[in-house]
Write a protein that binds this ligand. Sequence first.
Ligand code: UDP
Length: 474
Amino acid sequence: MARPKFVLLPSRSPAAFAPLLGAAEYARVEAAARRAREQFAGRAIWNVSSTLRGGGVAEMLRSLLPYARGAWIDTRWAVLREDPAFFRLTKRLHNNLHGDLGDGGPLGDEERAAYEETLERSARHFEGLVHTDDVVFLHDPQTAGLAPHFRALGATVVWRCHIGIDEPGATALAAQDFLLPDVAAADLCVFSRRGLVWPDLDPDRCRAMAPSIDPFSPKNQELGEGTVTAILGAAGLTADDADGALFTRADGSPGRVERRAEVIEDEPIAATTKLVAQVSRWDRLKDPDGLLECLAGEPADAADVHLLLAGPDAGAVADDPEGALVWNEVCGHRRALPEAVRRRVHLVGLPMADLDENAVVVNAIQRRADVVVQKSLAEGFGLTVAEAMWKRRPVVGSRIGGIAEQIVDGESGLLVDPRDPRELAAAIRGLLGDPRRAARLGAAAHDRVRRRYLGIVRLAEYGELLGELEAARA
Ligand code: UDP
């Protein structure tokens, strides 16, 4: 176990959002920033998470926190660096909280003792840094065990849970029980949706706040068609050798895509290929096999539809030990497909060495896709859905959890039964055959994200929430 990594955060002005939000909404943002500046003068707002790269939490913190700093609020981010045994245990917790047995291992006294011991040691690294008046946001199960320690230092602790399922069964409830002593120690718990709030928590100390995206980040910034083509070519996803794989980095400086992805395919995607894409970590809950099955069941007249599955290159995600395993599994399943199906499947491992570069390649994939899918079996929220909706893509997602909250079926995308590959195939086929409907859904999707899921609005809401919390404490 190493010392946590204290991330150097840039600062970005929230003013860029003014034209997107309109005057009234932006005035609310400015007012919240003003109040927070006064309230937190001389105090710090900490965020503690367990990974710097890959996955929704890292993505959100990376893009959101610079705007808080840009509003002159001392916002910090620390990332835990524990040993693999700890992350195996927290991955089990993660899976169990989704009702999935994961590695099938126990969550007994021994595991509890190991969890507590690890986080107690981690907490020591924050002594002298976190002060009585500070606020600490702890993200997800990996960090929940720090709550009692930060409370003991006098800080206000908010546990932000990004995962879960609506109707927890025995497996999920047992995982909640495991974490309950820590989670109950927090001043407040914030879940991504109301339906995810744990039954054994005091509802007065729980809130629901949806995640958000940053429209200016490399992940979501506007890219012209030529740039999309150039980026996909530079990353090795197409045979194009176009120049101009340029983008704007998170810190505002110019960037260029240079690293090639690991691509498993028979031949590169052509410019005319109808492309269906899913971007996700390599995780069984994202159901990559279900997507292969869906494609394999397609009739020959849909033979020109290709499927691209992209995720971080295996081994790059520190707190996700199953990633490499699932990647190998999916590669194996692809190899076993009949040739006529296999040649339409492209598996892509995206380099994570440069996170801005990784993000802009995801951006280009989402923009290139004729249809974006998210076939998860469980999803707390599903940022990839909001990202694709922002890009005006027609999205087909599973009718579950956070996906069903983001997409209004038939208005801003389509929802399908995650256990029925034929329904998914029919939805995709329908969209590919009706570009005008696809464009209409995409436009509505963009507008929905603009109204509900932009990061700056969420930051203002957090400011308001902390104000309420302090008023209640006083
Ligand atoms: N992501 C990425 N690079 C990848 C794969 C995924 O940046 O190679 C991002 C993706 O764009 C999204 C996040 O990781 O922003 C995944 O968040 P989501 O809520 O969809 O799922 P999670 O991984 O948190 O379960």
